[in-house]
Design a protein around this ligand. Sequence first.
Ligand code: GDP
Ligand code: MG
Length: 166
Amino acid sequence: MLQKKICLLGAFGVGKTSLVRRFVDSIFSDAYLTTVGVKIDKKVMSTVGRSDPMALILWDIAGEDEVAAVRVSYLRGAAGYLLVVDGTRPETLDTAESIQARIGAEIGNAPFIALLNKSDLQEEWALPAERISALEATGWTFARTSAKTGMGVEESFEDLAGRLSK
Ligand code: GDP
Ligand code: MG
């Protein structure tokens, strides 16, 4: 079966582990578990327009605010990635931008989607729309997700899977 490595990237606490758990296990836990090192999950999916199923190998990298701590060896071989932002903390968009600027050398221009996560927290939403549109103008694709309610999660993984090179 075709297998594709996908990395989850983003600042500490944005919801990377929760998104993978929601997608792979269809659950959400409020318990705060710090990811140590890297956790690898696998999800088989049938992508629209493809006859045979494909397996996504999901690499959940330990959340670090230090962009430098995103170790390049984790990124090697990635077919694409999800850049996760916490919609209630604008500084996590800064982190996403730094990561994006930095990893190009390692995985070239692999497809990615920026996930604006925690979209269930409408009242605490704090991302200026101008920043989002400015990044869209540079080619970023955004999707709103909630690992808590499940909103947009499956769709975003499917969207990314569909963008991966064959
Ligand atoms: P990570 O460090 O990026 O892996 O983040 P986690 O998945 O560990 O999540 C950090 C915290 O945010 C945890 O307390 C989660 O329960 C919470 N969280 C994650 N996603 C969501 C979401 O979509 N909505 C809400 N309300 N909380 C979330
Ligand atoms: Mg984590």
